[in-house]
Write a protein of this length. Structure first.
Lengths: 333, 1062
């Protein structure tokens, strides 16, 4: 969302080029005072953009949304978790992280702070892969960035205390849609993914109704397998390589009518549900209202999705850790 | 997918009515082998531990995937599972309704409650994920805690879980299992269930069967799964092929008929249409939100056999009349040594203090396991001497009896030597009373009887007895052979203590295996013990009496009597010990020896034994050498002489070996005993100190008490006097005053002490809190340091790796250099050097050339690459700006051309306009003339007026356009001026170019506007032209009409017709 107030700060291109991901709203001001909106927070900053403005030595109008202190706090908490060994210590540290998360996002803090902390701490995907996602769709990378951050908090609230496991969840969610990065990716594919998110199982129907091409449908239907192949080839990416199977579960449904496998009811494990839920919570959009209203968004997540997805148990645990139980009972599927 | 029709062969015989009912209900037909049908069997029902391999071979169960179903529990699961055994289900499960569900699940291949309401709904009690198999302690604690609270056997659940997780870890190491493992546990009515599921791939039957061994060995991997299976009431292993997962479920019931042993096993392979068994709960558990408090539930662990008689009788089937209560209630170790109940009494010495060997567990001040050996008769009821470790072992010396008599201390008399014809090895503890205070009497080959070493008491698991019995039957005492050098008391304790006994796996295994045999042996031994007690009873009673008159003459007499009795008993025991110690052959020989001397076993003396032993030892030595010789001969001649060598030779050889081993054993034991003696001395001196201190304190206490009593008496006397005499005399008053003073002093003293006490308590509390805080701080610091250390370790390792790589590289370089040095001869080296010199000279020349070149460049003054780049960039910018300027100039020229063209058009328009105006004027004039000449119609006038207005409007517009044109001209001129300026200073073009661009843009906009206006004006002009033409036409018409009217004469009017208007 664009900022309501105009507390802009000048930001030279050389400073902006240091960032990997935009952590604020970026504008270009003309001589006559008119502003052109260039970039949203959470967008991957590519080289071409930097080169283009470096020749002109552009100074942008910038509205940062993240909190550097908050990012470093989350980073230290993750680092502390990394060096703990015993289960009780791990559990207590996890509780500390979750309670800190809850405390922070009760206020209108931007979710990107957490997302950036997670990115800097857990991301092991190569820059080329990230660029590939960004080049496929500007908002695909942004979606993956946010959903992978959700995967971290969902994992932590679901009794996954070990740092390598959380890291794997993060990287799996971040690269979950890498199968969409295809030359035939189009608006139809992105929208079908969103439709699938909004109402699980409706993506393919929508594509057919809208007259999407066979190739586009193919991209949509086979992207879980392509993502799986990607993780299969990245042998050193995951600490627990068996978790790569999760990529195949991202569009599975409770009643066994999902794709690509159509896994029967009750055969989806919690570690798979963590990633599925995280992926479902964020769509490929240009605007997210949850960015400054994280807890409410989590606790009031849509009922319809949850009944049709095999994530109820995981979602309940997430809510039990973040919110009050009464609210959970109302919202849980 | 259509399921194959079931064809079940019943090899189990008669089935339980519940099972029959189930099959009838489901319409499943069962065939017996008598029917002699040859169907495609899908299942075979079996019962009991039969030869499953034979069934497998006969029916080809594995190849044809015929599932074996056992309807009775099995001890050895390995052959069953290896023969494609899939289900073991005892009919007791049908009591719960579970049996039906399990059969449904098995025969219909389903799992999970979603497929039917018949499955009981489990309520979740907890869940957790295992990411590190060696990091499950807290989870397991919670699980066991919950199980205990539900009234389940937490221990079996703990065993199940531990073994299963370790089995799964083994699978993970094989690369057949993936983490995490998700664990859920819950309950339904009186059934408690644990479910684990995990990712698994390429798991084969062998992976299961290899860990299902029923034999307990040192390789725990071989029986992990077996123990896990046997720790639960029902074990369910389900594979989910679709998702490459496996689900393990363990069920426990409160039903005693089931929980005694495992009654069920299910191995199923679910198809894609099935779902896993899981617990849809009334809510999910999360340790994030709630952290249940774990309370101590140790009281739930109750070892079997609350009453000794019960446990003993249950285990060994011994009749009640053969169990002596006292025998059974005697306990081993663990308590303070002063507590007689927790002393270990060597069998046969219940009342004889000399033979008491007490083994204390851990209540001594040093918290060490220690052996207390009761020594002298005088110390029968005293606390025995405490033996602590073997620290001063080196100090102890060993001397064989017969040596210098001065070394009475620490003398070991080896039984069987000439100097010690009594054949008793004694370890004397004290020089003064070496006989009286002998610490322990170790009987030698003859005296190490089964009875002597056997401990009368039984531990709850009966392992002590088992062990001792094993030791007794074994000529070489295992525990003693291990040697007591390292920690003798501990070893002694370990041989008896049940807790430590478990660590000695081999002994425990043997003992378990021979459990029942031992029970029988024990029964026999009980009879022998009873006989022995007959001998011991008088000595015991004497001793008890003597204890009452300690230190008197009676005591000495009693001692003598006891010694005599004891000597008799020992002699008998030694002879009796042959029964168990010697092989049967020797026993028989000894009996023959006695018969040859017309004696019975009861009449046999020690001399008889000695004679017999001498004969036998000589014979044994001969026999021992014989087989060796015979072997040598056999080897040389090639004749199998071993056939000729009898079993007796081997036995004697073995016996010799046993004797030598025993000798060594005794030596080691002697050493330990010597060390014990030394320690005993120390402890005695310590005891004496304690005693002295105690006496001193007792004296002070008695003094205080006496003074208090005196004071009390005085007080009473004074009171009586006051009452009787109504006053006190002078001395009495003084006494009273003194008493009062003392009282006040006492009160003050007590108050001061109380105050001190309170202060001390407060200080203590403060210190406690301070120390706890400090400890916490230190712990935190420790943790922080640990993390720092781990981090630094990582860094250091990384550094090391780098350095190693560098070193490796350097080494390689060195090797290459060495190789070059080694391979090249001096001539080649000279050539190489020459080449190098040439290269160097070439390079120098090249450098000079480049230097010259560089000096020629103007930019070479600034060698800085950055400045070069900047220059390049600036040049680039310059050219770009120049290009842009050229483009702008061209555009401006175009605009100028257009402007000139437009201005020409404007001029033309103006001229046309003037012409039109003239024509209009003419027309007006003509109209006026016509009006004057004839009355023109009013319409024409109005039109003319309109035309005039329009003309005026257009005139105004044209004027505006002209003014705009002028303004544009002015702007153009200004722009041209700017351009000229820019041309002059074209290198400072950045901002100006922008301005120019803006100006050009504005100009273009203005031009576009003016063009539009011109187009509109043209349109207006064309309209005006048309109107003008129309007007002219009208005027022409009028003119023609006038001419014709003037030329023609006027006609007379016809009647009835109107005249035409003019």
């Amino acid at each position: 969302m664009k900022p309501m107030t105009e507390n802009f700060v000048p930001l030279a291109i050389k400073d902006f080029a240091k960032k990997i991901i935009s952590d604020g709203h970026l504008y270009l001001r003309t001589k006559d005072g008119r502003r052109f909106y260039l970039m949203k927070p959470g967008i991957f900053i590519d080289e071409s953009f930097v080169k283009k403005h470096a020749t002109n030595q552009t100074v942008f109008d910038y509205f940062p949304v993240t909190d550097e202190v908050l990012i470093s706090q989350f980073q230290t908490l993750f680092k502390e978790l990394k060096y703990l060994q015993f289960e009780k210590d791990l559990r207590l540290k996890t509780v500390q992280i979750v309670s800190f998360f809850k405390e922070i996002f009760l206020t209108e803090k931007h979710f990107l702070s957490f997302a950036l902390a997670c990115f800097s701490e857990f991301c092991d995907l190569s820059v080329d892969d990230l660029k590939k996602m960004h080049e496929t769709d500007l908002y695909l990378f942004r979606k993956s960035l946010y959903s992978s951050a959700f995967a971290v908090i969902i994992g932590l609230t679901n009794d996954f205390y070990h740092y390598p496991m959380i890291k794997d969840f993060y990287n799996l969610t971040l690269g979950l849609d890498i199968g969409l990065c295809d030359a035939r990716y189009s608006y139809f594919v992105a929208e079908a993914c969103n439709r699938e998110n909004q109402s699980p199982g409706s993506g393919i129907e929508w594509m057919k109704n809208e007259g999407a091409s066979v190739l586009e449908i193919d991209v949509f239907l086979k992207h879980p397998e392509r993502s799986y192949d990607y993780f299969k080839n990245q042998s050193e990416l995951l600490a627990y390589p068996e978790l790569k199977e999760i990529a195949l579960y991202q569009h599975e449904l409770s009643q066994g009518n999902g794709f690509p496998r159509g896994i029967p009811k009750g055969q989806v494990s919690s570690w798979e549900a963590v990633v599925i839920l995280a992926s479902t919570m964020v769509e490929i959009k240009d605007e997210y209202h949850f960015e400054t209203d994280v807890l409410n968004y989590i606790l009031n997540f849509q009922n319809q999705k949850l009944t049709e997805l095999p994530v109820q148990r995981v979602y309940k645990k997430l809510c039990m850790s973040l919110g009050d139980v009464f609210q959970v009972k109302e919202t849980a599927g | 997918m259509v399921k194959k029709k079931m064809a079940i062969l019943n090899l189990a015989g008669a089935l339980a009515p519940e099972i029959m009912q189930y099959f009838a209900k489901k319409g499943i037909e069962i065939f017996s082998p008598e029917q002699n049908l040859h169907l495609d069997w899908t299942h075979i029902l079996t019962s009991g531990q039969i030869d499953f391999f034979a069934i497998s071979a006969e029916y080809d169960t594995i190849k044809k995937n015929i599932k074996l179903v056992s309807i009775s529990p099995l001890d050895d699961l390995q052959p069953f599972v290896m023969s494609n055994g899939k289900l073991i289900l005892d009919d007791v499960w049908f009591k719960h309704g579970f049996g039906e569900f399990i059969l449904d699940k098995f025969f219909q291949d389903f799992g999970g409650i979603a497929l039917g309401d018949s499955y009981p709904v489990f309520k979740e009690r907890g869940s957790f994920n295992i990411t590190n198999p060696f990091n499950t302690g807290e989870y397991l604690d919670r699980l066991v805690h919950t199980a205990f609270l539900d009234g389940m056997s937490g221990l079996s659940i703990k065993t199940f879980f531990d073994h299963l997780v370790m089995y799964l870890t083994g699978l993970k190491n094989k690369g057949k299992l993936g983490l995490p493992i998700e664990v859920t546990y819950g309950y339904f009515e009186d059934v408690f269930g644990i479910q684990l599921h995990f990712f698994t791939k390429d798991l084969i039957l062998e992976d299961l069967t290899l860990s299902l061994s029923s034999e307990i060995s040192k390789k725990a991997e071989e029986y992990l799964l077996n123990i896990s299976v046997h720790s639960c009431d029902f074990f369910d292993l389900t594979f989910l092929q679709e998702v490459n997962k496996a689900v393990v479920t363990g069920l426990w019931t409160k039903d005693d008929s089931i929980k005694i042993e495992n009654r069920g096993l299910l191995i199923s392979n679910l198809s894609s249409t099935s779902a896993i068994t899981h617990y849809p709960s009334e809510g999910v558990t999360s340790y994030q939100g709630t952290e249940p408090v774990l309370t101590d539930l140790s009281e739930k662990i109750v070892l079997p056999g609350s009453s000794p008689r019960e446990s003993f009788g249950d285990k060994f089937d011994v009749p009640d009349n053969q169990i002596d209560d006292e025998d059974v209630t005697q306990t081993i170790g663990g308590g303070p040594y002063s507590n007689d109940e927790q002393a270990t009494l060597v069998k046969g010495t219940k009342d004889l203090s000399e033979d008491i060997q007490r083994i204390a567990g851990g209540s001594s001040a040093e918290k060490e396991s220690s052996t207390i050996v009761k020594g002298t008769q005088a110390d029968v009821d005293d606390a025995a001497t405490l033996v602590k470790g073997t620290r001063e072992e080196k100090e102890s010396t060993q001397t064989i009896a017969g040596g210098p008599a001065s070394k009475k201390e620490q003398v070991s008399i080896v039984k069987g030597t000439k100097a010690a014809p009594d054949e008793v090895m004694k370890i004397s503890g004290d020089s003064e009373s070496s006989d009286d205070e002998s610490l322990e009497m170790i009987k030698g080959a003859a005296s190490r009887t089964q009875q002597a070493l056997k401990i009368k008491s039984l531990n709850p698991n009966n392992q002590v007895d088992e062990e001792n019995q094993v030791d007794a039957t074994n000529p070489i005492d295992q525990n003693q052979l291990i040697g007591t050098k390292t920690n003798p008391p501990r070893k002694v304790t370990s041989s008896i203590s049940p807790a430590d006994d478990k660590t000695d796996s081999e002994n425990s295994i043997d003992s378990r295996k021979n459990q029942r045999e031992m029970a029988n042996q024990r029964q026999n031994e009980m009879a022998i013990e009873d006989q022995e007690l007959e001998f011991e009873a008088p000595a015991g009673t004497l001793l008890k009496d003597k204890h009452l008159v300690k230190g008197s003459k009676e005591e000495e007499n009693a001692k003598q009597v006891i010694q005599q009795e004891r000597a008799k008993i020992q002699e008998i025991l030694k002879i009796k010990s042959l029964k168990s110690e010697f092989p049967a052959e020797l026993k028989n020989k000894f009996n023959d020896h006695l018969i040859s001397q017309d004696k019975t076993l009861a009449q046999a003396t020690e001399k008889d034994l000695e004679e017999f032993k001498k004969q036998q030892i000589q014979h044994a030595i001969k026999n021992a050498s014989a087989p060796l010789e015979s072997r040598m001969i056999g080897k040389s001649s090639g004749v199998p002489q071993e056939v000729a060598s009898s079993g007796n030779d081997r036995a004697s050889e073995l016996k010799m070996m046993a004797l030598t081993a025993e000798n060594e054993n005794l030596k080691s034991k002697m050493k330990t005993l010597l060390s014990e003696v030394k320690i005993l001395k120390d402890s005695k001196s310590q005891m004496a100190d304690f005693h002295r201190k105690a006496m001193e304190t007792a004296e002070t206490i008695t003094q205080n008490q006496q003074s208090a009593q005196l004071d009390q008496l005085l007080r009473e006397q004074m009171l009586q006097k006051i009452k009787s005499e109504n006053g006190l005399s002078g001395p009495d008053a003084k006494k009273l005053v003194d008493l009062m003073e003392r009282e006040t002093q006492f009160v003050q003293g007590s108050k001061e002490i109380e105050a001190r006490l309170k202060k001390a308590q407060i200080e203590l509390n403060q210190k406690e809190t301070f120390f706890t805080q400090e400890i916490e701080k230190l712990n935190r610091q420790l943790k922080a340091k640990e993390t720092v250390i781990t981090k630094s370790k990582e860094n250091v390792t990384a550094m090391f790796e780098k350095k190693d790589q560098e070193i490796f590289m350097l080494n390689e370089k060195l090797k290459e250099a060495n190789k070059v040095a080694m391979t090249n001869n001096p001539q080649a080296q000279q050539l190489y050097v020459k080449e190098l010199e040439k290269q160097v000279s070439n390079h120098q020349k090249m450098i000079e050339i480049y230097k010259e070149k560089l000096s020629q460049f103007p930019m070479a003054k600034t060698d800085d690459e950055i400045s070069k780049e900047e220059n390049r960039k600036l040049q680039m910018m310059n050219t770009q700006f120049k290009n842009q300027l050229d483009i702008a100039k061209k555009e401006i020229q175009k605009f100028q051309d257009k402007m000139s063209h437009d201005s020409e058009q404007l001029i033309n328009l103006k001229t046309e306009k003037l012409k039109l105006e003239e024509s209009l004027k003419k027309a007006n004039m003509a109209v006026k003339k016509e009006e004057l000449a004839s009355n023109t119609p009013s319409q024409l006038e109005s039109e003319v007026k309109k035309l005039k207005g329009l003309c005026e409007f257009y005139e105004v517009q044209i004027k505006e356009a002209q003014t705009r044109n002028r303004e544009q001209d002015v702007k153009l001129q200004a722009a041209l001026k700017n351009q000229k300026k820019d041309n002059i200073a074209d290198e400072s073009g950045k901002g100006r170019l922008g301005q120019l661009e803006n100006n050009v843009r504005k100009l273009t906009q203005d031009l576009v506007e003016s063009r539009n206006q011109l187009a509109e004006m043209k349109k207006d002009a064309s309209k005006l032209k048309l109107e003008k033409v129309a007007l002219q036409n009208q005027l022409d018409k009028y003119k023609k009409a006038e001419k014709t009217d003037k030329a023609k004469p006027a006609l007379p009017k016809k009647p009835g017709t109107g005249g035409k208007a003019a």
